[in-house]
Design a protein around this ligand. Structure first.
Ligand code: CUK
Ligand code: CUA
Length: 864
């Protein structure tokens, strides 16, 4: 109201407002006039507008419906933040393309068939004492009955578990109040086994049920071995909810088709829709999962179907753990109140909401006060005796959300296209709001927990019809944000959702989520453990083993190392990639054209792509995220040779076309390069000898390897000289070229031997210096700074004596490089190397350790 008054006064241009600020008034009025907005519109806009950089109060996880994904957006701005790949490959995240995420997607295969989509319905957030703890998100796939678990530390899917006995599901995923279990109810009754059973045997061989998936809240994984299914009659079990507070330990599941009708239009029977809704009532299933969980531990109480524990109906009944209560026909949602004392059941075909009292239900159960048994022997409670009351809400009531105001709830009316606010304790309707159109679920802020927040309701509408620009006959869905903070509801804004039919969404306070911004260097994000392909700067390599080529690569602004990979046609190529960045949001992507490969590497992440190089050719690979000014240069070549083909070198052809003088010049050049390379080798050899390399076995072994290569040079040299003498300069050049190859290999091992020797003879590193060296490597510093060498950045040997007050200066520079870009010395360095020192987000502690490491480097400067 206060806001309304303020805006009104601004707009009406009252005497008071006119004295305050006429300039902004007239601007606002002009905008309103130009855009055809009234005061109400402006207030609503102000309630949902986030200035740039301002974040939302709530985060919504919406099912993505047939997209098989989860949609994340903010409230009140209704801005989409992320699509999480769950049951469907999601190329941006590399989900289903890199080997590690593909392994997750493949966990969801059903009986050997790859499934690459899902019909997601109900996202659920993990709970502690009935309140959201912000740790895990689960979601069901109705089509191929499965549950997926998403880690809210990085918003990635970590697990998919197919249901071993169901053939579809609907009433899942729902967490129990301490995330002990995730409830998954079947939808369409079917045989538990995987065999053919005639539809004539429906009542005997087809079954419904509820699977209680054991959940480990610490590791965020379903434990299939500790899970069990409660067998239920072939009524089509529908939505479910877990009891809490007063009803803790109990579960509630709706059903339809308690008629057990099986259709058959094609043989002249009335269709399913008639036969499945004939009776006036269906059954609310009430089960004591707490008790059944204990019972399931005794093998005598379960039968094992497809390797999975099933508690038969008769065992559940015998243990007083399964009951039925009539409910108005073809119900839809069942929603337990924050204190667990009431369950609100809405019947799509009934205009009423039915409020059941758990106290009344429990009393009948305790007194064994039953009115009948169903054909499977399950006790039936009296409907009237179980009800707190019923309220006529309107046409097509579906789902209910609770609010912090005692007794006040919000229910969706599918047929009426309305949200109704009503009081379930005093049984009266309070307010109705039109929505557009045909609302399914509605999402409150933590509206199904024991701590509902109120403030907003989101209407998840099935149809948008005329609300948006026409984009063809397939229209977007429409999520509408409703302000419920006032006495009456107020529809604030529409958000089109063009990704599928999002059935349900759950909202949580943003303050409860604490996702990471980077991974520990070399993390396999799917397991949370160190990746087998973790590669630090300097460890890049290509290993070959028969037809298997394994590449250990790194990515850091702005290069991929290695930049050339040559394989034979038919080789299996495995590329492990580590993103060495630690800076926030410095993701690198990776693809090799033509092989259907993509990976997204967040800072610190390691992942793997794997494919058969089944085609000869040249295939550029590159980073797919615009990560820096030199992003386009972040590339390399995969070259696939056919081993059965002879290739004529274009280079050779060029040489052949050279004049004798040109050939001689080329020869002299190659010989000179070799001489220079050899002098580098000789200096390394001198260092090794002077420092007693043979006293250290590791170093001596490396030197032996190096001389293996070097030892082949005299023979090659003889051939080169002979060819030259015989006048075949071209051949001499090729032999000299081979000498250079051998020298490079020698130098490579020789330098590694030198590094190893330095390690052995250098002064001992303090613990801090050792930590600093690790931080230097894991932080990616050595991507640009090679100790003892000028590389793509300056040599850091002696850096602590190059600056006044150097320790302070260097640590400031590491922590906030940008602040020094304008200093003349740094400016000159930036110009020279054409690179800016990036902020690698090192901590103060890591920086301190790095300084210690640099001191150690300086102490041993003579060795580098
Ligand atoms: S169901 Cu879609 S409107 Cu699958 Cu939760 Cu009710
Ligand atoms: Cu890395 Cu573009």
């Amino acid at each position: 109201m206060k806001n309304l008054n303020r805006v009104t006064s601004l707009l009406i241009g009252s005497a008071l407002a006119a004295t305050v600020s006429t300039a902004s008034d007239s601007t606002l009025q002009k905008v309103m006039k130009d855009r055809g907005l009234n005061e109400q519109d402006v207030i609503r806009a102000a309630k949902t507008y986030n200035p740039t950089g301002v974040k939302d109060e709530y985060v919504i996880f919406s099912s993505g419906g047939q997209s098989g994904q989860v949609i994340v957006y903010g409230v009140p701005s209704m801005r989409i933040l992320k699509y999480i790949g769950v049951f469907t490959p999601e190329p941006w995240q590399g989900y289903g393309y890199d080997k590690d995420s593909l392994a997750i997607l493949r966990q969801g295969d059903v009986r050997g068939t790859e499934i690459n989509w899902g019909d997601t319905h109900h996202p659920a957030l993990s709970e502690k004492d009935g309140k959201y703890d912000g740790k895990w998100l689960a979601i069901n796939d109705k089509a191929n009955p499965r549950i997926a678990v998403i880690d809210l530390a990085d918003f990635e899917t970590k697990q998919i578990v197919p249901n071993p006995v169901f053939k579809s599901n609907h009433g899942g995923a729902f967490f129990t109040p301490n995330s002990e279990y995730i409830i998954e109810a079947s939808q369409y009754a079917a045989p538990y086994d995987n065999e053919y059973h005639s539809i004539e045997d429906y009542k005997e061989s087809y079954r419904g049920g509820v699977t209680m998936w054991k959940f480990d809240d610490n590791i965020g994984r379903i434990l299939p071995k500790n899970s069990f299914t409660i067998e239920m009659p072939p009524y089509h079990q529908d939505l479910s909810d877990a009891g809490k507070g007063a009803s803790y330990g109990w579960g509630f599941t709706n059903s339809f088709n308690t008629e057990m009708y099986t259709g058959g239009i094609e043989v002249g029977n009335p269709p399913n829709e008639a036969g499945m809704s004939r009776n006036d009532t269906d059954f609310l299933h009430v089960y004591n999962w707490g008790k059944l969980a204990k019972i399931a531990k005794d093998p005598k109480n379960v039968k094992v179907v497809n390797g999975h524990n099933v508690i038969p109906i008769e065992v559940a009944v015998k243990n007083n753990a399964l009951f039925l209560i009539p409910e108005p026909k073809s119900p839809h949602g069942v929603d337990v109140s924050p204190d667990g004392k009431y369950m609100i059941v809405c019947g799509k075909l009934d205009t009423h909401a039915s409020v059941y009292s758990f106290e009344k239900i429990k009393k009948q159960i305790d007194n064994k006060d039953f009115v009948a048994k169903d054909p499977y022997g399950i006790p039936i409670l009296d409907m009237k005796k179980s009800l707190h009351g019923q309220v006529e809400l309107g046409l097509g009531p579906l789902h209910t959300q609770y609010s912090p105001v005692d007794g006040q709830v919000y229910t969706s009316l599918y047929v009426d296209s309305q949200v109704v606010k009503w009081d379930y304790k005093n049984l009266k309707v309070l307010d109705k709001e039109n929505v557009h159109y045909n609302i399914g679920h509605l999402a409150g802020m933590e509206g199904k927990t024991s701590d509902p927040q109120g403030k907003y309701i989101i209407a998840l509408n099935k149809l948008s019809i005329d609300r948006f620009q026409n984009v063809g006959p397939l229209h977007p869905q429409n999520h509408q944000l409703i302000d419920i903070s006032g006495k009456t509801m107020d529809l604030l804004v529409d958000m089109p959702l063009p990704l599928g039919e999002p059935h349900q969404a759950v909202g949580i306070r943003a303050s409860k989520l604490h996702p990471h911004i980077r991974y520990t260097m070399g993390t396999n994000t799917k397991t949370g453990k160190e990746h087998i392909g973790k590669t630090l700067a300097g460890q890049e390599r290509i290993e070959r083993d028969g037809k298997n080529v394994t590449v250990y690569s790194t990515l850091v602004r702005s290069h991929i190392n290695p930049e050339r990979i040559t394989v034979n046609k038919g080789d299996k190529v495995t590329i492990h990639m580590t993103n060495l960045e630690r800076a926030q949001d410095e993701t690198h992507g990776f693809t090799v054209g033509g092989f259907d490969q993509h990976a997204s590497l967040e800072p610190g992440e390691t992942t793997t792509i794997e494919f058969i190089a089944d085609r000869e050719g040249v295939f550029p690979y590159y980073c797919t995220e615009f990560c820096s000014a030199l992003h386009l240069e972040m590339m390399g070549y995969l070259m696939v040779k056919d081993p059965n083909k002879k290739y004529v070198s274009a280079n050779k052809m060029k040489i052949q076309s050279m004049s004798p003088a040109e050939l001689k010049a080329e020869y002299d050049k190659v010989v000179a390069v070799n001489a220079a390379t050899d002098s580098v080798i000789q200096s390394v050899v001198a260092f090794l000898k002077a420092n007693g390399f043979d006293k250290h076995k590791v170093v001596a072994d490396l030197v032996t390897d190096a001389f293996d290569q070097y030892g082949q040079i005299p023979d090659e040299k003889k051939k080169a000289n002979a060819a030259f003498k015989a006048g075949d300069v071209e051949k001499a050049i090729l032999h000299e070229g081979m000498i250079w190859q051998l020298m490079v290999k020698t130098a490579d091992v020789g330098i590694r031997a030198k590094d190893a020797l330095v390690r052995k003879i250098a002064t001992e590193q303090s613990a801090a210096a050792a930590r600093g060296e690790k931080a230097f490597a894991e932080g990616g510093c050595n991507g640009c700074h090679v100790i003892g060498k000028v590389s793509s950045g300056p040599d850091l040997t002696g850096v602590l004596s190059r600056h006044e007050n150097a320790e302070k200066w260097v640590s400031e520079f590491i922590l906030d490089p940008e602040a020094k870009y304008k200093e003349p010395y740094i400016k000159a360095m930036i110009d020279y190397f054409n690179l800016k020192m990036p902020n690698q987000e090192m901590s103060e502690k890591e920086t301190k350790d790095i300084i210690e490491y640099l001191k150690w480097v300086d102490d041993n400067a003579n060795l580098f």
